[in-house]
Design a protein around this ligand. Structure first.
Ligand code: PRP
Ligand code: URA
Length: 209
């Protein structure tokens, strides 16, 4: 597994992931839960963001306060399921820019197929937080990070709600420099490349397809 792996050990995250796993959970609740989990994970992922001093005046006194440095991070959503996480991260980082990478898994080969890319022009100069709820084989996450590195991005982090040990191992080989933050690590992948016990297909469960 990756040396830069952080697993969020928090009862709220554990509880909400358990609700996500339940196949009775409807899409509207599923999306709300993913958003809330992403918010909680953002607290951990942004722990070391740079701060700068700013002189402000409170109702009582002048002071030098600390605010987030510019530019804000770029949030990179791997479509489709990444968008449900994206909303939660944006709740806490509203000044972030957003990049979208359209990507799906070929059901036969399990390789990631990219169908679109759209990001800000200065993407290479900014911290990129890549969001995708599922890191299964990690083919999608690995391909997305490779695409961003091709564009010159050097400061990257990967955020996923569920990961398989096989995917984490592959990711660590492909991108040992990139920190990975996950909600939980499950047992294994099945023969179709699904995480076990997992939660099923995150995109389908989010959007009722
Ligand atoms: C899902 C998920 C990840 C990918 C993870 O996307 O959102 O992007 O699978 O699997 P991997 O680690 O084996 O690559 P999917 O391809 O189903 O597309 P969708 O989000 O549009 O449904
Ligand atoms: N993608 C998903 O949405 N779920 C899995 O279990 C594996 C890949």
């Amino acid at each position: 597994m990756t040396a830069k792996l952080t697993v969020i050990e928090h009862p709220l995250v554990r509880h909400k992931i358990s609700l996500l796993r339940d196949q009775q959970t409807k899409s509207i609740v599923f999306r709300a839960l993913v958003r809330e989990i992403a918010q909680l994970m953002t607290y951990e992922v942004t722990r070391d963001l740079a701060l700068v001093d700013r002189d402000i005046e409170t109702p009582v006194a002048l002071m030098t306060a600390q605010v987030l440095a510019h530019p804000a991070p770029v949030l990179v959503s791997i479509l489709r399921a990444g968008n449900t996480m994206l909303d939660g991260v944006l709740d806490l980082l509203p000044t972030a820019s957003v990049a979208h990478i359209g990507m799906y898994r070929d059901h036969e080969t399990l390789k990631a197929v990219e169908y679109s890319f759209n990001g800000p022009p200065d993407i290479a100069d900014r911290l990129n937080l890549v969001v995708d709820p599922m890191l299964a084989t990690a083919n999608s996450g690995i391909a997305a990070i490779a695409r961003l590195k091709d564009k010159g991005v050097r400061d990257l982090r990967m955020m996923s709600i569920l990961a398989a040990p096989e995917g984490l191992a592959a990711f660590a080989v492909a991108h040992p420099d990139v920190p990975v933050v996950v909600g939980e690590v499950d047992e294994r992948l099945n023969e179709k490349g699904y995480i076990v016990p997992g939660l099923g297909d995150a995109g389908d469960r989010s959007y009722g397809t």
